[in-house]
Design a protein around this ligand. Sequence first.
Ligand SMILES: *[C@@H]1O[C@H](CO)[C@@H](O)[C@H](O)[C@H]1NC(C)=O
Ligand SMILES: *[C@@H]1O[C@H](CO)[C@@H](O)[C@H](O)[C@H]1NC(C)=O
Ligand SMILES: *[C@@H]1O[C@H](CO)[C@@H](O)[C@H](O)[C@H]1NC(C)=O
Ligand SMILES: *[C@@H]1O[C@H](CO)[C@@H](O)[C@H](O)[C@H]1NC(C)=O
Ligand SMILES: *[C@@H]1O[C@H](CO)[C@@H](O)[C@H](O)[C@H]1NC(C)=O
Ligand SMILES: *[C@@H]1O[C@H](CO)[C@@H](O)[C@H](O)[C@H]1NC(C)=O
Ligand SMILES: *[C@@H]1O[C@H](CO)[C@@H](O)[C@H](O)[C@H]1NC(C)=O
Ligand SMILES: *[C@@H]1O[C@H](CO)[C@@H](O)[C@H](O)[C@H]1NC(C)=O
Ligand SMILES: *[C@@H]1O[C@H](CO)[C@@H](O)[C@H](O)[C@H]1NC(C)=O
Ligand SMILES: *[C@@H]1O[C@H](CO)[C@@H](O)[C@H](O)[C@H]1NC(C)=O
Ligand SMILES: *[C@@H]1O[C@H](CO)[C@@H](O)[C@H](O)[C@H]1NC(C)=O
Ligand SMILES: *[C@@H]1O[C@H](CO)[C@@H](O)[C@H](O)[C@H]1NC(C)=O
Length: 406
Amino acid sequence: MQHPGLRLAILIIAGLSLAKAVEVEVHGKDNKTCIYAVLSVNFTVHYEGNGTMENTTFWLPNSLSSNGSICGGNNSAPLLKMDFGTGHSLSLNFTHSAGEFSGDVLIFTYNVSDAELFPGAKNKSVKHVAVNSLMEPAPLNTIYTCRSVKAIESEAVVMVFWNVSIQAFVENGTIGKNESFCKADMPTTVAPITTITTPTVTPIPTKPPPELPEVGNYTVKNGSDPCLLANMGLQLNITYTENKTHLVNIDSNSTASGHCGDNDATLVLEDMDTTIQFHFTVDQSKFFLKEVKVNISLVINGSTTAFNSNNSNLKFWQAFVGSSYMCHKEQSIVVTEQLVINTFNIWVQPFEVKNGTFSRAEYCKTNEKYIVPIAVGAALGAIILIVLVIYIIGRRQNHSDGYEQF
Ligand SMILES: *[C@@H]1O[C@H](CO)[C@@H](O)[C@H](O)[C@H]1NC(C)=O
Ligand SMILES: *[C@@H]1O[C@H](CO)[C@@H](O)[C@H](O)[C@H]1NC(C)=O
Ligand SMILES: *[C@@H]1O[C@H](CO)[C@@H](O)[C@H](O)[C@H]1NC(C)=O
Ligand SMILES: *[C@@H]1O[C@H](CO)[C@@H](O)[C@H](O)[C@H]1NC(C)=O
Ligand SMILES: *[C@@H]1O[C@H](CO)[C@@H](O)[C@H](O)[C@H]1NC(C)=O
Ligand SMILES: *[C@@H]1O[C@H](CO)[C@@H](O)[C@H](O)[C@H]1NC(C)=O
Ligand SMILES: *[C@@H]1O[C@H](CO)[C@@H](O)[C@H](O)[C@H]1NC(C)=O
Ligand SMILES: *[C@@H]1O[C@H](CO)[C@@H](O)[C@H](O)[C@H]1NC(C)=O
Ligand SMILES: *[C@@H]1O[C@H](CO)[C@@H](O)[C@H](O)[C@H]1NC(C)=O
Ligand SMILES: *[C@@H]1O[C@H](CO)[C@@H](O)[C@H](O)[C@H]1NC(C)=O
Ligand SMILES: *[C@@H]1O[C@H](CO)[C@@H](O)[C@H](O)[C@H]1NC(C)=O
Ligand SMILES: *[C@@H]1O[C@H](CO)[C@@H](O)[C@H](O)[C@H]1NC(C)=O
């Protein structure tokens, strides 16, 4: 089974790592990383002992060998195989389709004749359990990440996974910079661990730092069917005179209304003193936020002042129609010089909402730049097209299993 010339390395998480995290990198012929994984696993196995049923628990150890792994190629799927102890192994092979990769079959093999882990076992045999539910599909060139605890039970075995990060089909040996979070790690109204970085410059000490807005879940319906979904926390930063700003957190109970079209959609959020309108549009099968209108009444120095701000030349929250856009980190949308909207934990889908739930999410880039010169954009488009054509041709040529995905 071993790929000729395949060189493999086992990396051990250094130093103080408190959890039993195991890090594995599989290298191809050219020494480039093709599979990368970090994971913590414990196994509980029920087995027949000397007259009684016993169960034993052990962890996936750091000292394992990934020699049996395969980078994969034209006719073989990538395989991550981790051999440990006396004849035990955990393996996972991968598939990809439509720009996403996922784990296919997870196989845990255990050798009951290992007297250390299975003391007093009666049937000294090698057993396997196979399941195919470890990971959800993730976009290629991202790291699938699942910090949440996931227990998989099959036959006499319970496998508990946590702090899992996996990437297969690593391109150029460069591990992706972006993470795709599993459903269990999706944000709730409480800010997740990774998001907001505390500013290094402390604000004016007399004022407490402003509270973060609560995440509201807003829905626009077409009849009784949800057609636009937006979960986000919103904060308005209003500059009312030079150097004087006022922060307003939008109530997560604001009422949502709006309309849904094929190429245009609006979301209107209203509470007592504030109306915010978001206008989404579609261009070349991608949607984005094009326009924002804000009307707000503020009491400043005892008198009520109305602020109206509008910008129809925006390009935020871009993703393919049919998917949703997600960003855990704070973003700032400059509407006018007077008004900036800070957004938190945004998850939005203005088009093609199916069954009232979000579709697969596209994540914000770590350093999103919204203005890409047209020439660069066109060049990138051409490269993507060429790669796609090569990919399709590749697929056609290796079309051996009678399964067509386009
Ligand atoms: C791969 O790694 C081995 C050992 O680390 C080294 O001897 C060899 O030159 C490397 N090959 C390439 C193509 O980098
Ligand atoms: C296995 O790991 C999970 C998650 O850390 C933990 O809750 C559970 O207690 C562990 N099982 C055993 C038998 O230690
Ligand atoms: C099995 O249990 C019996 C009685 O408890 C004991 O006499 C025997 O030595 C045990 N055998 C092993 C292999 O532990
Ligand atoms: C371990 O075995 C005991 C009895 O031998 C049983 O009560 C318990 O549920 C088992 N635990 C697991 C995780 O299977
Ligand atoms: C894995 O392969 C390397 C070199 O190919 C070898 O030195 C090492 O002993 C192997 N490890 C195991 C556990 O087979
Ligand atoms: C995969 O297929 C391409 C073209 O069909 C060929 O050039 C390449 O050598 C193949 N790679 C492997 C690993 O067989
Ligand atoms: C993954 O491994 C399983 C079991 O060996 C096999 O049935 C399945 O076809 C493999 N998947 C791929 C994509 O090769
Ligand atoms: C892979 O390498 C090519 C050529 O060096 C580069 O254009 C491309 O962006 C790289 N892909 C990734 C995911 O780094
Ligand atoms: C908002 O949506 C998120 C994700 O779908 C969910 O976890 C959360 O419970 C919802 N909050 C409310 C108040 O419904
Ligand atoms: C609000 O805007 C002012 C002026 O642009 C800026 O200095 C300040 O950091 C902003 N505050 C927040 C919380 O975004
Ligand atoms: C939002 O509405 C819920 C239920 O009606 C209420 O418990 C909660 O206090 C409200 N939140 C705010 C910020 O008004
Ligand atoms: C829609 O949701 C319902 C209930 O949540 C579920 O039973 C049904 O299978 C879903 N349909 C689709 C197409 O996902």
